[in-house]
Design a protein around this ligand. Sequence first.
Ligand code: TRP
Length: 328
Amino acid sequence: MARVLSCIQPTGEVHLGNYLGALRNWVSGQHENDVFHGIVDLHALTVTETPNVLGNQTLSLAAMLFAVGLDPAVATVFVQSHLPQHSQLAWIMECTVSFGELSRMTQFKDKAAKREADFVSAGLFTYPALQAADILLYDAHEVPVGDDQRQHIEITRDIAIRFNHRFGDTFVLPKAVTPKAGARVMDLQNPENKMSKSASGDAGIVYLLDDPASIERKFKRAVTDSDNEVRYDRTTKPGVSNLLEILATATNRTPEAVADAYTQYGPLKADTGAAVAEMLRPIRERHAELVNDRAELARLIRLGDERAEAVAAATLARAQAAIGFLPR
Ligand code: TRP
């Protein structure tokens, strides 16, 4: 069984694009691999300045990961800040990566530019060192990531190679893998763009915790086109094709088969909204149950934290011994 690590930041609410594009695959992957899922709140701190938000977002995200079907008996779901090893190894990583290497990270350049007059923390710059720690602590063989994160996995490999060369073989070299293709869910208002929390407004984004009425309303108002023909063609009919793909995924069919069943946009929108509302109902209910049963949710998180910490502590000790710090 391969050890696979995926991490997610507790920033913003989980939406349909996250679910159909990634989380659903996490759930099916949990029986094929030894999976670790970190809620990386320390990473979120690079862009969070308001007190008392990270904890609640972390709690809600943890509930969501269990609600969509991660099984605590097989999947290790942990909270990054609960494990001091992440911060401890991150410093060692910072001393194993160069200023020049970090300066070449395109994500840093993008994020720093977008923050314009906002505070750009040093943590935003050293972020890849913390991410390297996340990955190397778990001897992860595979890290499924989108294209925007490939450079961070490459730098993690470079850091591991350099560390192993300097101090002796310590870390497993991870590799970036392309996640099993999930559905590519587009914004309902701007179907040329991926559904994403950085997109303009909420009208085009379906959140997993939206109530059925708002879900159906968002689909009814989805942007389509004016030629009134139901056909699956991502290039010339992005809006209609997005609806077809979502309905196909929700009902286990192909978008082409779904297209054959419709001649008008109205019923397609209504059925897609209804199918998505139905698909999300049990997730929303389970999420509410868990958030209202703090003791149970805390128990599940603790279970993951403890399993993760056993692995992380052993790896950190190995790295410290390889460096040859004076044992305390
Ligand atoms: N940087 C990742 C993102 O923005 C999140 C992340 C942090 C991560 N640590 C990780 C992803 C370790 C994979 C492995 O999406």
